[in-house]
Write a protein that binds this ligand. Structure first.
Ligand code: ATP
Ligand code: AMO
Length: 439
């Protein structure tokens, strides 16, 4: 056996004389002459291996002293309670197996004493992940996705997957990555949008997808990726207000679950989470414009999109008023929402599209969708797109399409705003951006 226990599973009082085997990376070797400590680290924590010169086989002691930091070892021995050791125990080894020796010097420091640049860390992600802080982020991300799946499943959503190689664009705002698909031009999909809507015609009623989206964002910002993970839902016989409720309830549930299941990781990251209060405040687009014009130097006209500075001004305003970071912006001008957003029947200048915001950035967009094919074609044309390219999609609207609504929320932005990381790249294992294509 290369391993019987993780570091955090070893409880000396329960083990008695039973031997254990831990496996992991050599975190440090401290040779004090009469006594030598080897600290072995795994995903869960650290084990201290203690070798007393007088009591240890000289060959084993020699092997321990020569261990190179960050090498991979497996250690078998007996456990003794020891208050001064990392998890309250020490391991008296019978055997140390060197499984893979690390070169030195290492590409970057793992002890956390020297803070490396993000670029250096991303270049050597395998080493960066050996830092407790980095691993903690991905443990939280796991809890986030687990909670999302749990919440949506419990609320009647079926998990589906849609193709990532497609023939058409869906989101006007950003450009597409073209690829060669045999002898045809194709693209990497920007959003499951069209497919999740087709599933509504199919009668799946409530679906969700967690998958990659690809966006050829021109700019290089701290909140944009070229490959992101989108959490998408679509639900039939619903309007935008119904799915906004699903969204805010889900976000609150995710926070609750992270607090419950990832408190250790939150501690490592020094993050104290507060569950957002539902319902989130609803700010209308008109109010949003007023807030920006009253509180900043910007003068926005009705119909303008909200830029970064405007989003920040609104976020601060809402936070001051409610003490909450999350809120919705509703009742947007139809013209600046995607073609699939349903205009209000009694005032088609406004749409049933919404954004869900965090104080610092947009987290999600959604809408009640147009389910009437004639209106949909009109909207596609009015955005300068060719309905012919959307035939596979439009077909699903002509033979019984229920009213429906949905949203997409960026997983990375959800995790980033939860943990307050500076850069979205911190919460992606192998980010894709303007410059970064490997690892
Ligand atoms: P979406 O997914 O809807 O595109 P987003 O949060 O990525 O949402 P964008 O529409 O890309 O938002 O941008 C939101 C606003 O921020 C836009 O008005 C845009 O002009 C502005 N913005 C985007 N990138 C930058 C940038 N690099 N510098 C300054 N402003 C930016
Ligand atoms: P939208 O384009 O607003 O809406 O995208 C939804 C959410 O996905 C995340 N996101 C990104 N995150 C990081 N980097 C990017 N380049 C990036 N682009 C998007 C954001 C954003 O709020 N089809 C609609 C959703 C719907 O209506 O159901 C859509 O894609 O968090």
């Amino acid at each position: 056996n290369l391993r019987t226990h993780y570091a955090s599973q070893i409880k000396p009082e329960e083990l008695g004389d039973q031997k254990v085997t831990v496996a992991g990376w050599v975190h440090e070797v401290r040779d004090l002459g009469g006594i030598c400590f080897v600290v072995v680290r795994d995903r869960t924590g650290k084990s201290q291996i203690t070798l007393v010169k007088k009591k240890t086989d000289p060959e084993l002691l020699d092997k321990a002293r020569k261990l190179v930091r960050e090498s991979v070892v497996s250690v078998t021995g007996s456990v003794k309670p020891e208050g001064k050791a990392p998890n309250g125990y020490e391991l008296i080894p019978d055997e140390i197996t060197l499984l893979n020796e690390a070169d030195s010097p290492l590409p970057m420091d793992t002890t956390g004493k020297v803070e490396a640049e993000l670029d250096t860390r991303l270049d050597s992600r395998f080493i960066d992940l050996r830092r407790e802080r980095t691993t903690a982020i991905f443990k939280v991300r796991h809890e986030v996705l687990k909670a999302v799946r749990g919440y949506l499943t419990d609320n009647g959503f079926i998990e589906t997957s849609s193709p990532k190689v497609v023939a058409t664009a869906t989101e006007g705002g950003t450009s597409l990555f073209p690829i060669t698909y045999f002898d045809r031009e194709a693209f990497l999909n920007q959003s499951p949008q069209l497919f999740k809507q087709i599933l509504m015609s199919g009668g799946l009623d409530r679906v969700f997808e967690i998958g990659p989206i690809f966006r050829a964002e021109e700019h290089d910002t701290r909140r944009h990726l070229n490959e992101a993970t989108s959490i998408d839902i679509e639900a039939s016989f619903c309007d935008h207000f119904d799915v906004m409720e699903v969204l805010e309830e889900m976000v609150a549930y995710v926070y609750e679950q992270v607090i419950e299941n990832a408190s250790d990781s939150l501690g490592v990251l020094d993050v104290e989470l507060k569950v957002p209060q539902v319902p989130f405040k609803r700010v209308t687009y008109d109010e949003a414009i007023e807030i920006v014009n009253a509180n900043t130097d910007e003068m926005l006209n009705w119909g303008d999109d909200l830029g970064t500075a405007a989003e920040h001004a609104i976020g601060e305003y809402v936070f001051k008023e409610t003490g909450e970071s999350h809120y919705f912006i509703i009742d947007w001008p139809t013209e600046i929402k995607p073609f699939y957003a349903m205009p209000y029947e009694d005032n088609p200048i406004l749409s049933k599209g919404f954004d869900m915001m965090h104080r610092t950035m947009e987290l999600s967009s959604g809408a009640q969708r147009i389910h009437i094919p004639e209106l949909l074609i009109e909207r596609i044309e009015s955005q300068g797109l060719d309905p012919e390219g959307f035939e596979f999609y439009l077909k699903a609207f002509r033979y019984g399409m229920p009213p429906h609504a949905g949203w997409g929320i960026g997983c990375e932005r959800l995790v980033m705003t939860m943990l307050g990381t500076e850069n979205i790249r911190d919460v992606v294992l192998f980010p894709r951006d303007r410059r970064r294509l490997s690892p």
